[in-house]
Design a binder for this molecule. Sequence first.
Ligand code: ADP
Ligand code: MG
Length: 238
Amino acid sequence: MASVEIRNVVKRFGALEVVHGVSAEIADGEFVALVGPSGCGKSTLLRMIAGLEEISDGAVVIGGDIVNEVAPKDRNISMVFQNYALYPHMTVAENMAFALRLARLPKDEQKRKVGEAATMLGLGGLLDRYPGQLSGGQRQRVAMGRAIVRRPEVFLFDEPLSNLDAKLRVQMRAEIKGLHQRLRTTSIYVTHDQIEAMTMADRIVVMRDGNVEQIGTPLEIFDYPRNLFVASFIGSPS
Ligand code: ADP
Ligand code: MG
């Protein structure tokens, strides 16, 4: 497991500053939801933690080490996106083995790890299918499988369930939370769905316009919203 610390992180795209010096400390094994309206900087912040986006100022610290200069693949992180990002010409097994193949893991090791992840996700019978032959929920499971085969210490999710129907979403919330607990990872979960955040997270980070408005447990945020924005966003009476 690894803690994640964001220290005064700033992001500018040219002259436009979209993240204004955000700080947060996420403990080993914690499940933190990052919420806020569309365009407030959630994805940008997550991509900076993953190393997919350069930070303009500040530091990202993973497991006690500043990783600003560390390549994404060396950050001990896996990210699950909203749009699955599966390779259509590869089977489920090949999609899941992709990172392991890049890491030049022996074939039999790849197979064992993919098999393990597939069992965990209920994908055992689908390993030879192509993404086009899967349902939305199955595709999202493959995307998670691809992320967990490497056994990262930190999991980043960017609205992973927003393309799924309501019923499946509820089921997948429980599955994601179960994986988090079983693999003992640290998870940062971006969502614009307050209910998802309230039901899944140990703590919630509420963002607005590139700033953090409040960090607290779901109950703290619901019972003691710091301002009207947090109250109305989370839906607590104010
Ligand atoms: P969220 O995920 O909360 O919806 P984003 O992090 O995607 O928000 O975007 C935050 C802000 O940064 C938005 O105003 C968006 O338009 C802007 N932005 C994101 N990526 C880029 C980019 N590559 N170039 C310029 N502006 C960007
Ligand atoms: Mg986003």
